[in-house]
Design a protein around this ligand. Structure first.
Ligand code: LHQ
Length: 258
């Protein structure tokens, strides 16, 4: 059985982390396959939204710790530069929205991969844990970048150092994630968000993502210049023309992602 399940349903690519007996922890093979699947989504015109989730009880427990002590285990330099950094870089740069449906525990790199996605929702029994400090490591996979920006310096610092379990409800309240849904309705509600995004103007959403990526480091003035540049691109898409035309004709727009 593959460590990543992948299927395209209408215009949504559903990616499921699939090592349930290991709480979907990453080994090398899974990390490389995940990158390949993200590349396939990037190049496939039929994919207009990506939906990422985990199989079984957990979303993802980060690095498979049992792999680290094996003979020929990859070195730490390789683990970050070849596995996790390329994953989170792809997630931020892919020109399509990614909905992360956190179905259970998200720990270590598993938590930070989730938090890099564009829309993060969780089932009410899920929780997030910056597990790194418990084993003497530092948060990676973009955690030290994204966490203080999501929830502020103080809370980020405390949860990274203490390695607290943050339940889904607190994660929502502190702005770590977008929304929670009850365990019963979670999968359906999360997929609904992905379906909605897959019918929206894909290029406009990709440009929004680019603007947000740049906002992290820019001054207000520089960000206004970026908005200018990206809005110009958005205004030259087929979907923009359709959006305005449909509004004036008082009908529902049909966006094609072009
Ligand atoms: C696991 C794991 C796991 C293997 C649960 N590995 N089996 C970057 C730089 C370089 C190297 C290091 O890594 C990184 C990135 C990172 O992600 S570092 C952080 C790695 N992750 C962790 O430290 C989390 C370790 N796991 C846990 O703390 C707990 O398992 C959590 C909080 C995720 C879940 O707790 P419980 O609900 O109590 O479940 P459990 O502990 O009983 O785990 C269930 C099974 O999953 C169990 O297997 P078993 O055969 O005993 O039933 C665990 O061994 C296995 N598992 N996480 N990361």
């Amino acid at each position: 059985m593959s460590s990543i399940l992948f299927e395209i349903k209408n215009s949504v690519a559903v990616i499921t982390l699939n090592r349930p007996e290991k709480f979907n922890a990453f080994n090398a093979e899974m990390a490389l396959l995940f990158q390949k699947v993200l590349d396939d989504c990037a190049s496939d015109k039929n994919v207009r939204c990506i939906y990422l989730t985990g199989n079984g009880k957990a979303f993802c427990a980060g690095q498979d710790l049992s792999e680290l002590t094996k003979e020929n285990a990859p070195g730490f330099d390789k683990i970050l530069s070849e596995y996790y950094n390329p994953i989170v870089t792809r997630i931020r740069n892919i020109e399509k929205p990614i909905v992360c449906a956190v179905n259970g525990v998200a720990a270590g790199a598993g938590a930070n991969i989730a938090l890099c996605c564009d829309v993060v929702v969780a089932s009410s029994s899920a929780f997030f844990i910056q597990a790194f400090s418990k084993i003497g490591l530092i948060p990676d996979s973009g955690g030290t970048f994204i966490l203080p920006r999501l929830i502020g310096f103080q809370k980020a610092s405390a949860i990274m150092m203490l390695g607290d379990k943050i339940n889904a409800s607190d994660a929502e309240k502190m702005g770590l994630i977008y929304k929670i849904f009850s365990d019963e309705t979670f999968a359906e509600e999360a997929l609904k968000i992905a379906i909605t995004l897959s019918q929206m103007p894909t290029k406009g959403l990709a440009l929004t993502k680019q603007a947000l990526n740049k906002s992290f480091n820019n001054s207000f003035e520089d960000q206004l210049k970026i908005e200018d540049e990206l809005q110009f691109k958005a205004a030259h898409t087929v979907d923009y023309s359709e959006g305005v035309k449909a509004f004036l004709e008082k009908r529902t727009p049909v966006f094609k992602g072009e």
